[in-house]
Design a protein. Structure first.
Length: 198
């Protein structure tokens, strides 16, 4: 068989809130029902996401996640960021909902994640993975990215990256990118402290 289609069905407390969030990111509602069970289907080009409403669902306890594989993560990130800026005046970087920032590696964006109002992690990755990191600083950046972007633990990521930057000798090719990532993590930690449940 060929041309199969798999679409994730993710939980949320409110399908209308989810629909508004994804419409901000450029999705369209392709189906909506409230009875017998709340369900909304959203689409942006070839990305299809479906959500079901669940009374009493706590987004902070969500394990919902899915992967979106694209050739280049940059245009999608920029489109999502533009949508957030148009509605909120900024890119949401802490709390629920939020979006992690990709970093530039090998002159291209790395992956990024969107955490929607249901606490679901939509992980956007490239079809072709980047070459494995070889230097100590590059490995620390990857470890920090796993902590922050995959697990949502910005504090641990910052600790890892600051430790690696203290040990850096200053001529590493990824030094500027590591410092920029550290600054981004500091901003994210501060934002989460100011708005812990935002």
């Amino acid at each position: 068989m060929a041309n199969e289609l798999t679409i994730p069905l993710l939980p949320c407390p409110d399908i209308d809130e989810i629909a508004s969030f994804y419409e901000m990111l450029g999705f369209s509602v392709t189906y909506r029902q409230t009875r017998p069970n709340p369900h909304v289907a959203l689409q942006r080009e070839d990305i299809n996401l479906h959500f079901f409403g669940m009374d009493g669902f706590d987004p902070e306890q969500s394990y919902g996640t899915c992967l979106v594989i694209v050739q280049d993560t940059g245009p999608l990130y920029e489109a999502f960021a533009a949508g957030m800026r148009a509605v909120h005046g900024k890119v949401l970087i802490s709390g629920i909902p939020r979006m992690t920032r990709p970093r530039v590696r090998n002159d291209r964006y790395t992956g990024f994640s969107v955490v929607d109002p249901g606490g679901n992690w939509i992980r956007v990755n490239k079809a072709v993975p980047e070459p494995e990191a070889t230097s100590k600083l590059a490995k620390a950046m990857e470890n920090a990215a796993r902590q922050a972007d995959a697990r949502g633990d910005e504090r641990q990521a910052l600790k890892i990256l600051e430790g690696a930057l203290k040990r850096a000798v200053g001529d590493e090719p990824e030094l500027a990118a590591a410092q920029e990532f550290r600054d981004d993590l500091v901003e994210r930690v501060r934002a989460s402290e100011q708005h812990p449940t935002a």
